[in-house]
Design a protein around this ligand. Structure first.
Ligand code: ADP
Length: 442
């Protein structure tokens, strides 16, 4: 309810007081004295109430405001109502915060609030159970001092305000696998969420073990078919009646061989341990070799392939895997770019890490496909992919290799204009050993 406007009453009271003084002045004939006494009384009244207000503001804000009558009574009543409202608001806010905290506490996923420099500000019970934090002992500690898995330390050291994930064994029980997400929240805070993915991982392992076993079993019969098709090619290649069939047999046997090899590689990448952190891979040299292979692949299609790389920039990782990932990106750029088009490779680093970028002036990819490109066997145009000898596994391999190096793949593309595939590596696995810049053009 809106409080009433007190001013009409104030004016009426003042007018009545003046009238009273006027009558008293008339009766006594002491005008000046009556008015002086009236003004003095008003002053004393205001003074007393001002003092009470000041005392309340200074000492007694937890107590109710003083009581009074008239105009001062209205002011004190207004203050009382304001205080009541603000108390209610505070109570509601406190209840809301308590409810939020209670629901986060009850969540089965670990939740940790981190400051800008990754120090623990708050965590729930699941964080104690899954991440091995101790509360309140670990309050204010850097999270990477407590969860010391190398992948986690690299993950946290990778500055950036976008959400990111990593999976690792639980520091409490190595049989438990956790998926950890780091989400920027508020202005300068992070929310670290960890969930138990042990069951999901077990299923994934079963699935990839199955694929790996089938691929492995297929390898021997395929090698035989491939060998026989070659022999037949030599024997019957000249015979017009069989030449086409033998050619087809060879082509399909070759395709299946590549497919099985890719499936086996993918299964190895999925289930194998992380690459040993002892090999410094000379990426510029690796890329120089790759563009030579790229030129061979392009052949008569005469693409212009260029390389710009910081020669001193090396990376800790597995050379074979990185070669396979970069070769896939380069082969795709060539395969999906019309004859004579441009393919550029760049390798450089800045404060946020290193980037390997493969861009082409090819057919490009429509936006709705980009999200799904790294899925196994996902192709934008199956016919075109198969006619170029693609297995549909190339980008899945790239994704897994990058994941194993704590890196990410981003894809930027416009139909008809070309595509850019960028692999971003965190700064923790890089080293510089020289100064000048290396260029090569084909
Ligand atoms: P594929 O063996 O079919 O090339 P990938 O996994 O390497 O399989 O690629 C998946 C799909 O992504 C391809 O089928 C193709 O449609 C699309 N793609 C990949 N790279 C490019 C590129 N540079 N330009 C256009 N499309 C591409």
């Amino acid at each position: 309810m809106r409080p009433e406007n007190p001013w009409p009453m104030v004016y009426t009271r003042v007018a009545l007081a003046l009238l009273g003084m006027l009558v008293l002045g008339l009766l006594t004939g002491q005008w000046l004295l009556v008015f002086l006494l009236g003004a003095l009384a008003a002053l004393v009244w205001d003074w007393i109430n001002l003092r009470r207000l000041e005392r309340w503001l200074r000492l007694g804000r937890k107590l109710d405001p003083p009581k009074s009558v008239g105009f001062w009574g209205d002011i004190f009543d207004g203050l009382y109502r304001m205080r009541k409202r603000s108390r209610e608001r505070d109570r509601r806010r406190r209840k809301l915060v308590r409810n939020y905290r209670d629901s986060i506490k009850a969540m089965p996923d670990a939740t940790v609030v981190l400051s800008e420099d990754y120090r623990i500000e708050w965590c729930n019970q699941a964080a104690l159970d899954l991440l091995g934090l101790r509360w309140p002992r670990d309050e204010g500690q850097r999270i990477s001092n407590i969860v010391r898995h190398p992948d986690f330390v690299t993950f946290v050291s990778w500055h950036g305000r976008e959400a990111r994930t990593v999976s690792l064994p639980s520091p409490v029980d190595a049989r438990l696998w956790l998926e950890v997400r780091l989400v920027p929240h508020a202005k300068k805070r992070y929310l670290l969420l960890a969930r138990d993915i042990t069951a999901f991982r077990r299923l994934e392992t079963m699935r990839s073990d199955f694929v790996a076993n089938v691929s492995h079993e297929l390898r021997t019969p395929l090698t035989v078919i491939y060998g026989v098709s070659e022999t037949l090619g030599h024997e019957l290649g000249e015979d017009p009646e069989y030449a086409r069939s033998v050619e087809l047999l060879q082509e399909q046997a070759e395709r299946m061989k590549i497919l099985v090899d890719d499936l086996l590689l993918l299964a190895r990448l999925e289930t194998g341990g992380k690459p040993g952190h002892g090999d410094w891979v000379d990426v510029p040299e690796l890329l120089s070799g790759l563009i030579e292979e790229g030129r061979l692949l392009s052949g008569a299609r005469r693409h212009r392939i260029t390389l710009e790389a910081e020669p001193d920039l090396v990376i800790l990782g597995n050379e074979k895997e990185l070669r396979s990932a970069f070769a896939n990106l380069l082969a795709n750029a060539i395969n999906y770019t019309p004859d004579g088009g441009e393919v550029d490779l760049r390798w450089w680093a800045d404060a946020s890490g290193a980037r390997l970028q493969v861009s082409d002036t090819g057919i490009g990819i429509e936006a709705q496909h980009i999200e799904r490109l790294t899925e196994r066997f996902y192709r934008v145009d199956t016919g075109r992919s198969k006619s170029r000898g693609g297995t549909g596994l190339g980008l899945a391999i790239v994704k897994h290799v990058l994941m194993r190096h704590s890196a990410r793949l981003s894809i930027d593309s416009e139909p008809g204009r070309g595509s850019t595939f960028t692999c971003s590596f965190p700064p923790g696995i890089l080293r510089r050993s020289g100064v000048d810049r290396h260029r090569a053009t084909a």
